[in-house]
Design a protein around this ligand. Sequence first.
Ligand code: UD1
Length: 364
Amino acid sequence: MSLFPQGSNGASEDEKRILVTGGAGYIGSHTALLLLQAGFKVYIIDNLDNSVEDAVQRVAELAGKSQENLFFYKMDLRNKDKLKRLFSIVKFYAVIHFAGLKAVGESVAKPLLYHGNNLIGTLNLFDVMNEYGCKKLVFSSSATVYGQPAYVPCTEEFPLSAANPYGRTKLFIEEIARDVQQADPEWSVILLRYFNPVGAHPSGLMGEDPKGIPNNLMPYVQQVAVGRRDELYVFGNDYPTRDGTGVRDYIHVMDLADGHIKALKKLFTDDVGCSVYNLGTGRGTSVLEMVEAFEKASGKKIPLKFVGRRPGDCSEVYASTEKAERELDWRAKHGIDDMCRDQWNWAVKNPWGYRAPEFKDQDQ
Ligand code: UD1
């Protein structure tokens, strides 16, 4: 299947080459697969700092015959010369930019690493894209740019703020993208603000595989379920929510990946300027509700312990999805039961992620 059937005024062969930075990562790999299935030629670059090449292998496996349109280069965006060399060889129609560090706690401890990696990498990308006349970009932003929202659901017009260096890199890159596009209207940029991506490819061959101790709820719950960790620490049960635990908008990674295909389609067909869209379900789920759904899907009891609130956490965050529905013709299809079923399927088939335990880091 192709987004651009023959005879339409759609993309030529050249226009089908898409660069996916960070394509070996969790969201990038799922998106790369959907891109291949939609008929694109996919060029993944990744420095493999927080991902493994095995993920790219799985993309190829699942893509079947389309894997002939998949290319992988180990590359760090901070190495501008290498990036230039790639652009001088391949003419890209658009870039989907996932590459970046994303652990909040680590960003507080190592701000220069985060600013260096996320900002310098992105500035290099903008520069090289400019130089080679590729001016269409989809960027992985995050609901983190809403900071502590005054109310919910979050609409794209909410004031922006950042509570930590990681969030600031997302915010700064959004602002840089707006400046670049304003200075040169040939640029088309779509900023996608993800809520909480969870779940896995329904085959169980691809999923999230964080290095070290997971920061986020679902990878942690998954590791408790497979016996890698003893219990879940629930961060706070005194929030003004239905059951006192934090409420978030969990979105199935396949829905999220599909949002990128819709965004790309919009870049092909409309004059988007620099547009921003929330990708969430519009529904909030508490920590305890999520744990209950995972227990149901897995048949495993998740032992838990209530501990104090995590600094910087909000009580309730969920998306307004109206703009994405209206303008991208996109809507999340999966609910939390699907998310937990697919996450569990991935966990059962890959209890240690992509690699065997002996390859895992010390802090497992
Ligand atoms: C986290 C990031 C945020 C990022 C978002 C989306 C932090 C502080 N924030 O936010 O910047 O944009 O993911 O990927 O990391 N929880 C527990 N126990 C755990 C882990 C989490 O109770 O071991 C709770 C949290 O308090 C929260 C909910 O589960 O209420 C979800 O947490 P998490 O998965 O870390 O996502 P966010 O807090 O939304």
